[in-house]
Design a protein around this ligand. Structure first.
Ligand SMILES: Nc1nc2c(ncn2[C@@H]2O[C@H](COP(=O)(O)OP(=O)(O)OP(=O)(O)O)[C@@H](O)[C@H]2O)c(=O)[nH]1
Ligand SMILES: [Mg+2]
Length: 367
């Protein structure tokens, strides 16, 4: 490659110079204006042009290297450079791994790998380390054995509850939570299941006067599922419907409007509703697809209403809930897990919460 600078009075004149000297294959790399300078005090244009001269490189005396040979050489050199870069990249990755995971450097390799896997699955490094430290004294056949034992232990640490329905009086359940977590859909699933398993009479009441189509959603799903449903718009209407259905039904399930955990007005309204009746149980419905921060925020806001049971939804959309684990560990002590929703099928996509099901979602994500 030959590179040369040209100065001329105009760009056009400069181009002609380049053309005449380097030929039509020349490429102009840059142009710039040179301000007037003594002695001529004339503005000039500077062009930098280049021409590929590789084709003309002569062979050293005594050699007969062709263009093909030179291409081969070039490929060999670049391949070697890439190999070197890969070595450097791997070295940097292992160095960064060592720095990031320096806190597990004194653990046996299987346990250290397990801590890393837990962190990848959303657990915090502090929690993962302290949990794995507690397994130090145990012997494991292999890594899979360690992973199975860990998930089983973690799942068993959460609190679960089963429904013990009142036989003598109606069970009046109210469902609360943020928007679109699956309250309405799962109320319908429960309505069908209670009807079938307890051979009971069920009514669903929608007190969702906030969302356009909220009531219609419950109405359509109930009709398809052959369940009775009602719609109320005020607390007075809600109470009078409950009174009316208490006499004939075994289960009355109330659907409420979803709202933001940051919406003070919504939370005050919900609190007022929750105070008007001695509910048999308050169910909090939360989605597993939330980030750990948002999930925690919902637990704090809705936890103030002291729900009795927790329903977690959308397990079919996640591979792990490790990022929610620590919040759940604390919260389920007061509000145990009762149902886990794994899809939209009515009523089959609802599981009674249990450690054997939940463990599949704790350290499930493997790169
Ligand atoms: N994939 C999946 N989708 C679900 C699950 N549970 C609910 N859904 C879907 O999530 C969406 C919201 O469900 P809804 O039952 O309307 O949620 P909601 O909490 O009543 O919502 P609001 O009334 O707006 O507060 C719907 O499309 C449901 O079909 C689940 O477990 N898995
Ligand atoms: Mg709803």
């Amino acid at each position: 490659m030959k590179i040369k600078k040209y100065r001329a009075k105009t760009v056009q004149e400069g181009k002609e110079l380049v053309l005449s000297e380097l030929g039509a294959d020349a490429v102009i790399l840059s142009t710039r204006i040179i301000p007037p300078m003594p002695p001529d005090n004339e503005e000039l244009v500077e062009l930098v042009a280049a021409i590929d001269t590789e084709k003309d490189i002569p062979n050293f005396p005594g050699t007969t290297r062709t263009q093909e040979d030179r291409t081969k050489d070039f490929l060999e050199v670049t391949t070697n450079i890439f190999k070197e870069l890969n070595v450097i990249k791997n070295f940097l990755l292992s160095l960064s791994d060592k720095i990031t995971y320096s806190f597990i450097s004194n653990l046996p390799s299987d346990l250290a790998e397990m801590v890393k896997l837990m962190i990848k699955n959303g657990f915090t490094s502090e929690f993962a380390l302290s949990f794995i430290q507690s397994l130090k004294q145990q012997n494991f056949r292999d890594f899979e054995d360690l992973r199975n034992t860990s998930t089983q232990l973690l799942a068993e640490k959460l609190c679960y509850s089963q429904l013990n329905p009142n036989k003598d009086r109606p069970n009046v359940f109210v469902f609360i939570g943020p928007t679109a977590t699956g309250k309405t859909l799962n109320i319908v699933k429960l309505g069908v299941l209670y009807k079938l398993f307890f051979n009971s009479r069920v009514t669903l009441i929608s007190y969702d006067c906030k969302k356009i189509g909220g009531w219609e959603h419950l109405q359509v799903l109930s009709a398809i599922s052959n369940l009775n449903s009602e719609y109320v718009q005020t607390v007075e209407e809600l109470l009078s419907q409950i009174e009316a259905h208490k006499i004939i039904d075994d289960f009355i399930l109330i659907d409420t409007s979803g709202g933001s955990p940051r919406d003070e007005h919504f939370l005050i309204e919900l609190e007022a509703v929750l105070k008007v009746f001695p509910w048999t149980s308050v169910f909090l419905v939360l989605s597993t697809t939330q980030s750990s921060i948002n999930f925690k925020e919902n637990i704090v806001s809705f936890g103030k209403f002291h729900p009795n049971f927790l329903i977690l939804t959308k397990f079919d959309e996640v591979s792990t809930i490790g990022h929610l684990y620590e919040t759940l560990l604390d919260f389920t002590q007061k509000c145990p897990l009762m149902y886990l929703s794994i899809g939209t099928d009515i009523p089959n996509s609802l599981e009674p919460a249990n450690p054997n099901f939940l463990k599949k979602y704790l350290i499930n994500f493997i790169e």
